[in-house]
Ligand binder design. Structure first.
Ligand SMILES: [Zn+2]
Ligand SMILES: [Zn+2]
Length: 253
């Protein structure tokens, strides 16, 4: 069943898309499940700092669900930045009736992999710092699926890791009964692989990872469901199954 479990709406600082427009596009594209996962960013350097408002989100979500809920399954979620640094805030937000929470690392301290940072740090240097943050966040938990695990790839265009460290990340993640997503947005930015690509997914499978969520990371409704088939066949080729979350519980499709 075609789904999209990572999309941004006007409740994210970097999107103006309306929930209803996503729903209309999804129905046209035969997408049967959608989960709205707006940004919650609490790093003071992020221009979406404190932008997210759960009350307003749920008000709009309930309206669109009332109108379209019989035509497709609509779910509520968030993409929470750096869960290990803002555990209390994440806990507070988790009291809302979300179906699904993505945990993502976008920032390392006050560093985002923008051009200025890329001029100062080689890919290897940046990734070395990045994986430490990822490890901290999988130890902390509080989320269901780890977002775009090799996120710097979207900016550096390459990936660097040492296998024991990645295995430790996957082990800690799976110990907490959490999983990763396959995020297809890198394909729309000219990269040849999803986030993660095949090599990391193979290590995930070797570590016992059985499930993934799949998301486009759309910020405009035209991107909903983008490259879903590519992500699904990549997962299936490695014996990994696609899942969704309802009321924070994993559902195998
Ligand atoms: Zn993200
Ligand atoms: Zn996102």
């Amino acid at each position: 069943m075609k789904t999209d479990y990572h999309i941004h709406t006007e409740f994210s600082c970097d999107s103006e898309a309306k929930m209803e427009e996503y729903v209309k596009q999804a129905l046209e594209r035969d997408i049967r499940m959608l989960c709205f996962t707006d940004h919650v960013d609490l790093n003071p350097d992020d221009y979406g700092y404190n932008y997210y408002n759960p009350e307003k989100f749920f008000e709009a979500f309930r309206k669109v669900k009332e109108q379209y809920g019989e035509q497709l399954t609509l779910c509520s979620g968030i993409e929470f930045g750096e869960p290990h640094l803002y555990a209390d805030a994440l806990k507070c937000l988790s009291a809302y009736p979300y179906d699904f929470i993505i945990g993502s690392i976008h920032w390392i301290g006050n560093m985002f992999p923008c051009q200025k940072v890329r001029e100062q740090y080689s890919a290897k240097e940046f990734y070395t710092l990045y994986w430490k943050e990822v490890l901290s966040t999988v130890k902390q938990g509080g989320f269901d699926s780890l977002g775009h695990i090799d996120f710097p790839k979207r900016y550096y265009g390459e990936i660097y890791y040492v296998e024991p460290e990645i295995k430790e990340i996957f082990k800690r993640l799976l110990d907490g009964d959490r999983i990763i997503e396959i995020n297809t947005s890198s394909l729309r930015k000219g990269h040849s692989e999803t986030m993660p690509g095949k090599d990391l997914l193979q290590i995930y499978a070797d570590c016992g990872g059985q499930y993934v969520t799949i998301g486009s990371d759309a910020h405009v409704e035209q991107e909903v469901g983008a490259d879903y088939e590519a992500a699904k066949s990549l997962a299936e080729g490695l014996g990994i199954r696609q899942v969704v979350y309802r009321e924070r519980k994993r559902v195998v499709l």
